[in-house]
Design a protein around this ligand. Structure first.
Ligand code: F0G
Length: 478
């Protein structure tokens, strides 16, 4: 019975285009048509990839050839920082692609941050994804998920979120009117900048009495029961869009491959997408080497670090040590261990893309580190003082790069790209608490998380409402 069914899948795949879905477990390897709405393999339950018969895609022979699309910016699809690379994300016909102008991001050389990290001037770049329409990297994936949802005729979309996915979903839903947005958030677990977006853009907002990991589990159940399209990064089409972050990094570096990509790790969608992007570019002969990948956990949400660095779990050709992983989660449950970090975006203990991330770490000869909330906030202040601010989770990348430099894993002469995943205005509470002179506010927001000092605080100067006093203060401090 199995064989004819497989044959039928293949046939329809060839009729519909070069893309198909495939189980990431090499022992299973089941394939499904792109038109199917799946978030895991029907046969074995593992994650799915979007794969391509590259022989049937017209891919430019060199990455430089993408530059010709720069002159076509009047076309919204070529204006998009995602779809101007559509030849590398070819799962849907152009008329199905959705864009709200995502991906107009900057890869900025940042010498002051280079100094802080400890690499030579000119060797540290910040890939600033906060410039996306909803203020985070999520838009790179959301436009792809919406395109796939459109292909399948879905009417409603849902996600669980620490805030940015929900903001992005709410925005795409409000702008395009293609899908109605339903978002699940943990109570008290979302920064106000992000919550304000979802509410204002009109998403149905379901606040679960629990944390992100609880909300993630529930949204999967609800999506299945009610047939709602899921846009979390467990959706393989979303990750296809997120590959474009790496395409733009290469573009900004004039197609030179950097030595390191450093990225915060939460649900591990980005790291998974980046690994896939480099594996495909290498397979297509468009790059001749693959950069190393560093995934940075917050110390209060460090499942990947614990499994990869401490317990030695590896992708291992698609056969990772599942017993060690299951034991770790069981231990976590027994101790009722909950994720806890000021970097609320990555406050996640059960990353849904764990397996794909392990694969990416293998492809990119990767490492995993964890950084404390103190290190995150100090790194964030350093980034912010350069004028391009970020939210706490994003700064984990810079704090991680600094740690790896201190350890000697990153060399001062290597070129490092840190991904700044979200905009500074997403979480003003953390920033204001860091710079405040109000000890109570500092203690309430940061002190209880073990943050002891604000080494790079820029404190407001309090003055009476008197002209002389104001002038004296300015003369004293400027
Ligand atoms: N940085 C920011 C600003 C994020 O919002 C997230 C994830 C991450 C990093 C982690 O990325 O999951 O690809 O490892 N935010 C998700 C959300 C979980 O719901 O907005 P990842």
């Amino acid at each position: 019975m199995g064989k004819p069914e497989l044959h039928a899948t293949r046939k329809s795949r060839h009729e519909s285009g070069p893309a198909f879905q495939k189980c990431i477990n090499p022992l299973c390897g089941a394939t499904f048509d792109v038109s199917e709405v799946l978030t895991s393999c029907h046969r074995c339950g593992d994650l799915l990839d979007v794969e391509y018969d590259w022989d049937r895609v017209e891919v430019p022979a060199k990455l430089e050839e993408f530059e010709r699309f720069w002159t076509q910016r009047h076309d919204p699809l070529r204006f998009s920082g995602v779809w101007r690379f559509q030849e590398l994300i070819p799962f849907a016909p152009a008329e199905m692609l959705v864009t709200v102008g995502e991906g107009q991001t900057l890869c900025q050389r940042a010498d002051s941050v280079a100094d802080y990290v400890g690499v030579q001037p000119g060797n540290l770049y910040l890939q600033y994804e906060g410039m996306n329409p909803s203020g985070s990297f999520k838009d790179n994936g959301m436009c792809a998920a919406f395109s796939h949802a459109r292909l399948t005729g879905a009417k409603r979309a849902a996600c669980a979120s620490t805030g940015n996915t929900s903001a992005s979903l709410a925005m795409y839903s409000a702008v395009t009117r293609l899908l109605k947005a339903i978002i699940f958030i943990g109570s008290g677990k979302i920064a106000y900048g992000k919550l304000s977006q979802a509410l204002e853009y009109g998403a149905l907002t379901v606040q679960i009495a629990g944390d992100f990991d609880d909300a993630m589990q529930r949204v999967r159940e609800v999506a299945k029961d009610l047939g709602i399209y899921l846009v979390n990064s467990i959706n393989p089409f979303r990750l296809e869009g997120q590959k474009s972050v790496m395409f733009r990094v290469l573009e900004a570096l004039r197609w030179e491959v950097p030595d390191w990509i450093v990225v915060p790790g939460g649900n591990l969608g980005n790291s998974s997408a980046f690994g896939k992007a480099f594996a495909e570019l290498h397979h297509l002969g468009l790059i001749d080497r693959i950069p190393r990948l560093a995934v940075i956990n917050a110390a209060g949400a460090d499942t990947l670090y614990q499994l990869f660095q401490r317990r030695g779990v590896r992708w291992n050709g698609g056969q990772p040590d599942r017993t060690t992983i299951a034991d770790y989660y069981q231990e976590m449950d027994q101790r009722n261990l909950r994720a806890d970090t000021i970097a609320s975006a990555i406050e996640i203990n059960r990353p849904v893309n764990l397996m794909k991330c392990l694969r990416a770490l293998e492809v990119c000869d990767g490492v995993v580190r964890k950084v404390t909330d103190q290190e995150i906030l100090d790194a964030k202040a350093q980034v912010g003082s350069g004028g391009i601010g970020c939210e706490p989770a994003s700064a984990a990348s810079v704090a991680g790069a600094r740690l790896l430099r201190e350890e000697g894993v990153i060399d001062p002469a290597e070129r490092v790209v840190c991904i700044l995943t979200g905009h500074q205005l997403k979480d003003p509470t953390a920033t204001v608490a860091y710079h405040t002179t109000d000890q109570d506010l500092f203690d309430e927001v940061l002190g209880q998380r073990g943050v002891r000092r604000a080494s790079f605080a820029n404190r407001a100067v309090a003055v009476p409402n008197e002209l002389d006093a104001i002038i004296r203060a300015i003369q004293l401090y400027s």
